[in-house]
Design a protein around this ligand. Structure first.
Ligand code: WT7
Length: 658
């Protein structure tokens, strides 16, 4: 937590009520809170009715085996049918589901009828390879339509997808493939990144060397001849997507699965080095993603054009590109590339072209747009925008106001949505037609959701008080566990407040004088870089796996653009005395190779010692002081109190911006 956020927070008193016109037409009215409070389970049953069920549930919630929830017990549905087929059956086959925009400028409009054909063909293709319900399929793809076809094809046949972010390294992909025993991997030949074609399949091949569970690799041709060199190929194992899928029948009958049938696994960072496979299931997940997309974004099917700028490699892409929006018959933009390719006005150009009305992005990107300057969006017609969303980290009031004034014409409500990979869907957020929004606050748990800020003793703090954010009631899209590790699930989320049965989210939070919630960042050893969770331990393990590093400690230091930046302190091995620029650069690249470019430390400092307590625990608080150029705090619990002097005087630092 930087001081800056605290200061801003204390001074913030501006509020922005929705206009009367917006409030009058909003999907969610103020009564929704009272309705949910009156009977929570009945409320969620009504939300589940938004979906098409094959068999209705007999019980809304079974929480007898807490923390393992069952929602809509006995209900059966097909998730892909709900996202695609039922819209075609209702006469909307010609509605565009996806306006896809490729980075080089190629585009593709996909209607619901076409989406149905593509998903059905992909489902038939997977079945032809022997894929069955319950099998795991790893997907490492950039933002191309086939990524969405593949996810929905899995859902259609009851296979679980495990999407691995395209920027993750071969090592990271392999760990995820092995943990879930993935049978199939779906990837592409290459991906466009800032105007250049970069290899994907070659990295996947490196990852899969000796991977025993993988039977087939399906490769989408995206970069083709733009990619330098041959695409490496293993004849018995590899298949081109177009050769496998295009010839399949477009007829496929979706089978109904139990409401608790697993839908997907998505890996996220925890406080230890080993990523956690977060498990989500079908009925409750789809209910809450659809409910929140409808009410938080005020989405009107057939009228709005929606754009969520996340990548499908993260939970935001799963819940707010694929499942929630498509269940609600969205027309949405999906963009393949980076926001400054080929120019810094790319997003605004796309909004103007497709008349985007709902735009959902991350604070780190808003701050980047601020840096590029207001003159860039000013060149485009953004008058179609009527709701703006933010997710991934606390949004600082300055960025919030800029977003409202420069992008939202001072009128579009901003919804600051707090949630996590684990929660599956939005939990705390304004309702755009109801809430008087406050710059920087996510404000209040949604109708049907219960959140509290509590102290160490699990007592709710009063107005103006700060503490830990907990969720004290189960919710439909909650994670159902960590893949293959029930004990870790209990330990990670349910042990801190076991007696009370609270879910501990790992975030600090406070109530303001009105009782609105302000998120204050992670309280555990997890960093938040550009809205992505990265554990300090993971980066430390990557550093010490380098032959020159003896010991490493990593902290997240506040960063004006990315929220937090990764700062590493390393002790080099005796024979590796050289801590010069080149050596530092090599270490940064090593981390990028081990985990992926997003985990590359912003800064690495070579130090002679690390500050440790008598029990050997690294005191990250002190390192954070150094990383943020602050006066170093209380050192009395250090085993050797001279260590901090050594660090401050012997500091050799390397910093670079890429
Ligand atoms: C962590 C979850 C939810 C999708 C993207 C990240 C932080 C998320 C907000 C927000 C303040 C936020 C929290 C949370 N976070 N949204 N609106 N305000 N903090 O998903 O990778 O699972 O990360 O992101 O610290 O615990 P994730």
């Amino acid at each position: 937590m930087g001081n800056e956020t605290l200061d801003n927070l204390l001074n913030e008193s501006r509020t922005f009520p929705p206009s009367d016109e917006f409030a009058a037409q909003a999907n969610a009215k103020a009564e929704l809170y009272a309705k949910a409070d009156a009977d929570r389970e009945q409320f969620w049953a009504e939300q589940a009715e938004r979906l098409t069920w094959d068999t209705k549930w007999s019980q809304v919630l079974d929480w007898t085996n807490a923390p393992f929830a069952k929602w809509f017990v006995g209900g059966k549905l097909n998730v892909a049918y709900n996202c695609v087929d039922r819209h075609v059956e209702a006469g909307h086959g010609e509605q565009v589901a996806i306006h896809w925009v490729g980075e080089p400028g190629d585009t593709r409009d996909i209607t619901y009828a076409q989406l149905q054909d593509e998903v059905s063909k992909a489902a038939n293709a997977l079945t032809s390879l022997g894929v069955k319900a319950g099998d795991v399929i790893a997907i490492q793809l950039q933002m191309i339509p086939e990524a969405i076809f593949a996810m929905l094809a899995c859902a259609r046949i009851g296979a679980l997808h495990s999407v691995v972010f395209g920027g993750f390294s071969p090592t990271a992909l392999r760990a995820r493939v092995d943990d879930a025993a993935a049978k199939i991997v779906i990837t592409s030949d290459g991906q466009y990144r800032r105007g250049k074609a970069a290899p994907m399949k070659a990295n996947v091949d490196e990852a899969l060397e000796g991977a025993e569970t993988v039977e087939k690799v399906i490769v989408v041709r995206r970069t083709g001849s733009d990619l330098e060199g041959e695409v490496p190929w293993t004849d018995e194992r590899d298949l081109w997507w177009h050769e496998l899928v295009d010839g399949q029948s477009a007829e496929h009958t979706p089978e109904a699965f139990d409401a608790e049938h697993p839908l997907f696994i998505l890996y996220t960072s925890g406080t230890t080095g080993r990523p956690k496979g977060i498990l989500h299931t079908s009925g409750g997940y789809l209910t809450q993603t659809a409910y929140t997309h409808h009410n938080v974004f005020d989405h009107k099917p057939g009228e709005d054009v929606y754009w969520c700028t996340a990548d499908i490699g993260w939970i935001t892409g799963h819940s707010y590109i694929v499942y929630g929006p498509l269940a609600n018959r969205v027309t949405q933009v999906v963009y393949e590339g980076t926001p400054n390719t080929p120019h810094e006005g790319r997003h605004w150009e796309i909004i103007q072209k497709y008349k985007v009305s709902i735009y959902y992005t991350a604070p780190t990107l808003i701050r980047t747009f601020m840096k590029w300057g207001a003159q860039i969006p000013a060149e485009y017609d953004l008058s179609s925008l009527r709701v703006l969303g933010s997710v991934g980290e606390p949004i600082n009031p300055e960025a919030w106001i800029w977003y409202r004034e420069t992008i939202g014409a001072n009128s579009a409500p901003i919804v600051d949505t707090w949630w996590q990979t684990e929660t599956g869907a939005i939990m705390i957020s304004p309702l755009p037609g109801v809430t008087s929004t406050k710059p920087g606050s996510a404000q209040r748990a949604l109708p049907g959701i219960s959140a509290k800020v509590v102290d160490d003793q699990a007592q709710e703090v009063g107005k103006g008080g700060g503490g830990y954010l907990v969720l004290d009631q189960p919710w439909p899209s909650m994670l159902r566990g960590i893949w293959g590790d029930n004990e870790r699930y209990r330990e990670t989320y349910w042990s801190r407040f076991a007696e009370q049965g609270f879910y501990f989210a790992g975030d600090g939070a406070k109530y303001d004088a009105d009782g609105d919630i302000w998120l204050l960042g992670r309280v555990d050893d997890v960093m938040n870089v550009s809205g992505h969770r990265i554990s300090t331990t993971e980066v430390e393990s990557a550093l010490v796996s380098h032959p020159t590093v003896a010991e490493a400690a990593v902290v997240g230091a506040s960063d004006p653009t990315t929220g937090q930046g990764i700062v590493a302190f390393v002790i080099l091995r005796g024979n590796a005395v050289d801590g010069g620029d080149e050596a530092i650069q090599a270490l940064r690249n090593h981390v990028a190779k081990e985990i992926g470019p997003i985990a590359k430390p912003r800064q690495i400092m070579v130090v002679p010692e690390l500050p440790k307590t008598r029990s050997g625990k690294i005191m990250r608080r002190l390192l954070r002081d150094v990383a943020e150029n602050r006066q170093v705090g209380d050192v009395t619990t250090l085993a050797d109190s001279s260590v901090m002097d050594l660090i401050s005087t012997g500091l050799q630092s390397g910093r670079s911006e890429d």
